[in-house]
Design a protein. Structure first.
Length: 115
């Protein structure tokens, strides 16, 4: 099993920044992809950004140029730096890990961007 714990959400004004953190524990060997997803009220969960062990990253078009995903393998932690936040970025943000065909999810952290 893999446990994921997110932190760093909160309330911020439009144009501001937040950094989310996700600490992984448990059976973390063979995790090959970690990422961030979000779900706004009344909408489906959507991909925000992913990062592979090989260093490849992928971003949703809506966040390209504003968000940056990074990993600290020594701390088993993945980060999401969010800049130039917009009200439409308001959502619950979930950390995810993918390992050997299984996916694991954190409990989510709320990000609210006021206009």
């Amino acid at each position: 099993q893999v446990q994921l714990v997110e932190s760093g959400g909160g309330l911020v004004q439009a144009g501001g920044s937040l950094r989310l953190s996700c600490a992984a524990s448990g059976s973390i060997l063979s995790i090959n992809v970690m990422g961030w997803y979000r779900q706004a009220p009344g909408k489906q969960r959507e991909l925000v950004a992913t990062s592979t062990n090989g260093g490849s990253t992928n971003y949703a078009d809506s966040v390209k140029g504003r968000f940056t995903i990074s990993r600290d393998n020594a701390k088993n932690t993945v980060y999401l730096q969010m800049n130039s936040l917009k009200p439409e970025d308001t959502a619950v943000y979930y950390c995810a890990a993918f390992k050997l065909g299984r996916d694991y999810w954190g409990q989510g952290t709320q990000v609210t961007v006021s206009s």
